[in-house]
Design a protein around this ligand. Structure first.
Ligand SMILES: [Fe+2]
Ligand SMILES: [Fe+2]
Length: 206
């Protein structure tokens, strides 16, 4: 148990501090970089900051849920997805750096809030916590699709990262559904949408 606590605490610190090693190389690596106008570069960096915050939240949500998941099979599926979210965290942080931006100043706050929500969802039981997860992944997919529309067409490196993340999130969503996620009631989905609107609006700036 103590080992587990130390491991999770270490994971939390790394998520907040932004020190992550990706297992898979960044999809941006094989794409040649292009010249971007100043405003385009700033916009892309701000969108990647939003995505990076989303990934900090994903770390905390998965962590909160795997701490409370009752079923061992579910727990290992959650841990597998969380591992891929670590790649996303490293990829988006790397791309922010390349674009000359900076991660959100509020990362510790985003992390703490999401950890609490994840633990709460986990405490409701596996069916509901998986439902929450599937809906989160679905909303992230939507966001990433929106970013692909908004990103400069010439920013192929950022686009490659966002596309790869979106493909992973789609798999995470179907995995959660296959493990037996319930269907979330509409008010819960709306509340999540509102919370993510607040997060994305603030993170675009801070
Ligand atoms: Fe992700
Ligand atoms: Fe995901």
């Amino acid at each position: 148990m103590l080992d587990r606590i130390i491991l999770e605490f270490d994971r939390a610190l790394r998520a907040v501090a932004g020190v992550h090693q990706a297992v898979r190389p960044s999809p941006a690596e094989e794409i040649p970089s292009t010249e971007l106008a100043e405003a385009e570069r700033e916009h892309a960096a701000a969108l990647m900051r939003v995505n990076h915050v989303g990934e900090v939240c994903a770390q905390a949500l998965y962590q909160g849920q795997s701490l409370t998941a009752r079923n061992a099979e579910n727990r290992s599926a959650l841990e597998r997805a969380a591992r891929e979210e670590e790649d996303h965290l490293a990829w988006s942080a790397g791309r922010i750096r390349e674009l000359g931006g900076r991660p959100s100043l509020l990362n510790p706050l985003w992390y703490a809030g999401s950890l609490a929500i994840g633990a709460l969802a986990g405490a409701l039981g596996d069916r509901w916590s998986l439902a929450f997860l599937a809906e989160t992944e679905r909303q992230v997919e939507e966001h990433l699709s929106g970013h692909l529309q908004s990103l400069p067409g010439s920013d192929a490196r950022t686009r490659a990262v966002v596309e790869a993340m979106r493909a992973d999130e789609a798999r995470h969503r179907s995995a959660a559904i296959q493990l037996g996620a319930a269907q979330l009631p509409a008010p819960a989905r709306a509340a999540m949408r509102l919370a993510s609107k607040v997060m994305t609006t603030v993170a675009y700036r801070l």
